[in-house]
Design a protein. Sequence first.
Length: 718
Amino acid sequence: MENRNDCVLIKAQGNQKNIKKFVSSIAKFAPETSHIESIKTAPIDWENFSDFQITKSKNISEAITEISPDIAVCSECLMDMKVQSNRINYPFINCTNCGPRFSIVKDLPYDREKTTMKKFIMCDDCRKEYIDVSNRRFHAQPVACINCGPEYELVFNNKSIKDFDTILRIFSELINNGKIIAVKGLGGFHIACDANNERAVSRLRELKNREGKPFAVMFSNLKSLKEYAVVNKTEEMRLLSWRRPILILKEKKKLAESVSIGFRTIGAMLPYMPFHYLIFENLKIPAIVLTSGNISDEPIIVDNDKAKNTLSKISDALLIYNRDIYNRTDDSVEMVVNKKARMIRRSRGSAPSPIRMSRDVDGIVATGAELVNCFCVGKGDQAILSQHIGDLKNLETFDFFSETIDQFIKLFRVKPKLIVCDKHPDYLSTKYANDLKFKTISVQHHHAHIASCMAEHNLDEKVIGVSFDGTGYGDDHKVWGGEFLICDLNEYERYTHFEYIPIPGGDKAIEEPWRMGISYLYKIYGADLYESSLPFLRNIKNEDLDIIIRAIEKGINCPLTSSAGRLFDAVAAIIDLCTFSKFHAEAPMRLESVVDKNCMEQYNFQMASTIIVEQTIREIVDDIKKNIPISIISAKFHNTIISIIFTVVNEIYKNFNIKKVVLSGGTFQNKYILGNVEKLLMEKKFRVFSHNIIPSNDGGIALGQLAIAAKRRELKCV
Ligand code: ZN
Ligand code: ZN
Ligand code: FE
């Protein structure tokens, strides 16, 4: 057998019946984590083989085999960890079915010398397993044991502790006493504390500075997780899968208040490193906060020295180990809607698995969006989407972005020929693309959203695209975000959108949803809005209000938008739920979190050449005055959006006879909207396509850009 970079080559000899059986058993007994693209067979000359051998890996072509994502420790290794004398409680145990992959790979083919395991010289015991064809660790590149592999080190009170039993004991004592520890994980650092200790969690929130998002929580096992969260069958399967994502679940029992800061959800995951299991054996608590180890918007820290310098300031102890993380990966985040998994943040456990495309995408590099960046490179007919990168406006994140693009080009042996970026001239990803010395094309943001979902489902035809999100640069230089497109992979027509409305203060309004609230109210009531005595106005200084209204009147720094996200912002502000936002998309998330699911009512809206929600806002204001609970108002508003989507989609169908509807954009991260739009359209016999393995937010944009560029290249439009 030969491990090549484009395939695995197996030479086998025997009678025809046995060979046939052997070939069919490859797929039949393939490990859970493997993915066989195809099996091709051909006769060879007789060579008189006497045993099974893996010959040295070869770099025979520029084609590649995939790099596996990192895999959660398997159950057999967990058992070995209790009985194998050289691996008792050894936290780096792994085998061919589990362990680090992408995070340690520096180059292909995937051999130990090309990983960050290179510096650890295998001991005789490990080597025996490594070369034994009948062993589960046969050719497991990161194989290691107590005598030869990586080690943990706890830095506490200026002391360095290396004895692992002592580390486990002190670590547990600290967590049990409400302390905060920075821990090196698989793809980067985490910060951990007891998830039921409010003092610890709120202190962590303060130390992490500006951190307003709910924290992720790791539970000791499924049983304890089920005490705190509602888990259906699909969710259970996702939680237990080898990918081990963070799953957004409905809260059942409260953890410390500061974990979810008022959201009735828990971002939950199960242990995936041997260390996680060992620590829970010692801790005797059901759950720990395990949030990413970074300062505000910076990328998750991977480097031991950097962690010592920065994370030790916000933690009481630092747990590191001496194997390097080469490819940084955050924990992936998913949710389940209508019994299907939906990617929110695609990283550990999923990246860099390729997406098979229906055409040649070779040499195309798509630089993605700006705020939630992922990029994508094309190799043959495979689109390789990067792990979650983050907000490029942060300098460290931008460096991470450009370094990782270089790494991907080298790792996957991509020869860039065509660069594709967003139409937004000021996106840092656009500027980066334009600085490269290759042919560059730009793609409209909302077209890219729809194309990313089309690529995921292998669609290549005219579809109805519903592209709803916070912002994206439009062809008319206005801020789009509530768009109905009739499009294919090459071109699109903007059928309709929400009526334009000023965004007072431009980007500032993203952090201050009250500005959009005022914009909508001013449009309807003019100066009378002062008399409306809506409760949320109390949160705003009179002078700020005056400035904003003058700005709207004079059109100063008030770009026009058709954004669905900004409409959600406005409603969240007007009902006094979120006037200032502490993190990206907080207002729409809070609005969704209060929906009364039993309410079937909706508000009125108007369809003209655009979609007009004046009446919707008026009725919301009336409901506030009637003291209708916000759970009902929010439900009626959500139902209105669902109804708008259905109305427009149905109209397009009647005019153009298109039955395939593609849903994409950050708004479809709203479970209530996505779940109900899908159900309603399917009931009405539409064919609905939404995201599963690719994020519907801007993290999926690069795949759409790549799909459009490939199609245009094929049509010779570029
Ligand atoms: Zn294993
Ligand atoms: Zn060993
Ligand atoms: Fe977007």
